[in-house]
Design a protein around this ligand. Sequence first.
Ligand code: ADP
Ligand code: MG
Length: 228
Amino acid sequence: MDVTIKTHSLTQSFGNLKVIEDLTIAIKKSERVAFLGPSGCGKTTLLRCLSGLIKDYSGEIEAHYSNAGFVFQEPRLIPWSTLWNNLLFVTRDEDRIRRSLELVELEEFAHHHPAKLSGGMQQRANLARALIVEPDVIFFDEPFQNLDLKSNIKLMEAVKRIQKQQKWTSVLVTHGIREAIVFAQRIFILSKGPARVVKEIDMTQEEETEFFSPRTAEFERMILEYYE
Ligand code: ADP
Ligand code: MG
């Protein structure tokens, strides 16, 4: 199996507070996985461990990737720079900037300032910035949460469409059950903190799960039984 990230007994504490407990998982190359759990259960901490931002964990993490992109809940665009200039901070390669903007369908808005863009467009800009590094993995920390439903669906479709073309590994953490179902090929349901995997769901047979399909509602009901 070609693996992007593998953990063995990953545990992370802050002082006396244990946030992640004994997590052993493997994320395959080009796979889309979601870690689903309630607020405060340790999702951001997990993502920071997996992406190498936290280093004082115990247990093991094997990471087999070179370029990582990040998409967080807040777009974190520099307000006084145009979208184009925001991306210029990441690379001087203008072709790459153009390609990234095209992929997220924002090429017409390159010379707008962030405040002129809707929340959904700002998040697509955020995605464009992650794509610029030509990532082999992208870490998503609840990127859909602050969006209205329509923008949420549009962003998710953009992520999936581009991921299918470019095949980077995707690691999403979220408390949105539907998002996880629509987004992921494998879902890990986490317990309330400290985060442990209480259930793993293989979604590979459900490639075209849609936001409002009866199948999605069925999964949602099933997942709720495990969800604390
Ligand atoms: P989630 O993303 O699921 O909402 P977090 O990973 O942000 O959860 O936080 C899990 C727990 O760890 C919370 O109780 C939070 O207060 C605590 N925590 C997160 N980061 C730190 C830190 N750097 N120092 C101390 N406690 C932290
Ligand atoms: Mg979080």
